[in-house]
Design a protein around this ligand. Sequence first.
Ligand SMILES: Cc1cc2nc3c(=O)[nH]c(=O)nc-3n(C[C@H](O)[C@H](O)[C@H](O)COP(=O)(O)OP(=O)(O)OC[C@H]3O[C@@H](n4cnc5c(N)ncnc54)[C@H](O)[C@@H]3O)c2cc1C
Length: 405
Amino acid sequence: MSSQEPYVTVVGSGPAGLLLSLILAQNKIPVTLVEKADTLDKQPRATHYAGPAVSVLRRAGVMDDIAAKGFFPEKLTFRTFDNKVLATIDHTGVSDDPDRLVCLPLNQLGQILLSHLQKHPNATILWNHEVTDIKDDNGTGVVTVTAPDGSKELRARYVVGCDGANSKVRRLLFGDWEFPGKTWDTQVVATNAYYDFYKFGYEDANFIIDPEHWYMAARITRDGMWRVSYGVPASLTKEELLEQRDEKWRNMLPGNPSPEDYRITNFSPYKVHQRLAESMRVGPFVLAADAAHLCNPFGGLGLTGGIVDVGGLADCLIGLYEGKADNSILDIYSKVRREKYSQFIDPISSANLLRMFDKDPSTVSQRDESLQMINGVKDDPTKMKELIGGINVITYDFTQHYRSK
Ligand SMILES: Cc1cc2nc3c(=O)[nH]c(=O)nc-3n(C[C@H](O)[C@H](O)[C@H](O)COP(=O)(O)OP(=O)(O)OC[C@H]3O[C@@H](n4cnc5c(N)ncnc54)[C@H](O)[C@@H]3O)c2cc1C
């Protein structure tokens, strides 16, 4: 490695790439972050991050800023279309837990991570740099980037693809169409809107279970903006969805609102997938977050899982940089993170989506295992706490594979 070379090249300035770069920079590791766009992405995507992700964000020293801009949701309810509460996850009993569920729209999370990263002289950020090719040069990761001043090669000991669902790094490693899993028949329209759901008895987050009008309504900002995410057939185009939107909202939402009753600030349909890359490590190339695995957004496990990847991968790379670990730790990273996806994130998020359009919402709480578990602990704050903490099963301590241990 020449003195000019970073130890790690991170591809993609989404939340995963920013957070990984930040933790590496905080640990004195030279890192270069390359991003094809000229700024951070502003699409309405993630908003809620569960405990295991909050733990990594806290470790990176950004939780005070997140708490100052975001908030900690208290109750998550499951409801029928006619507003009967089926089950409630109550977070008020964990209000003293530093790693409790937090809500902050992704674009604001990105800004916070970026502002922290920019304070580190050992981190270089290259905007307008698109990775177009990769090669393994005797164990050194080489990426070819197209930049405004032409094409060039960047070398580093390791290259981490945090370049999202359509990851170029993953496609170059395995092939354009090699991302095993499935795409759901339904797509999800994510909207940000001002409409007062509280006046209908809604809590901070609400999952409305219905075969036709299923949706999630969750407050996402302190000033009363809500995320309304609803399911529509995958065949409809964005234009068709926009045309039908006001009628859909009148039929779907409590109070049957007209367009003058709400203000929509973002509208974006998404195809939804359950997919897992066949490996998260090939030689000097490693994958994390959406580049490695995808799940539908119900339950907020996508980026939560991605951030947990990043925390674990940071420990692996720190161990390697400091000579406390050998290269095999990255194979362990790949094996463990893939298992956590297959055993927990994929089945839990799939069940979350299937429940949304259950055919008989009036009996779903007697049939659905998760709703039964939630109702089983509703009068016992200690057990409710344990149930909420159950998601920590997706975490893993990679420092146990350091040589000294
Ligand atoms: C509607 C919706 C709601 C969601 N809600 C939640 C939620 O509440 N909680 C949760 O945990 N998750 C949620 N998710 C999932 C979450 O948004 C994603 O998991 C997360 O954004 C992925 O982050 P990332 O950093 O891996 O990738 P991205 O955010 O996609 O970032 C990838 C970056 O890589 C860049 N890039 C791509 N290709 C290249 C290239 N060749 N060269 C250089 N740069 C490149 C891109 O420009 C981009 O900036 C939701 C998703 C959707 C769609």
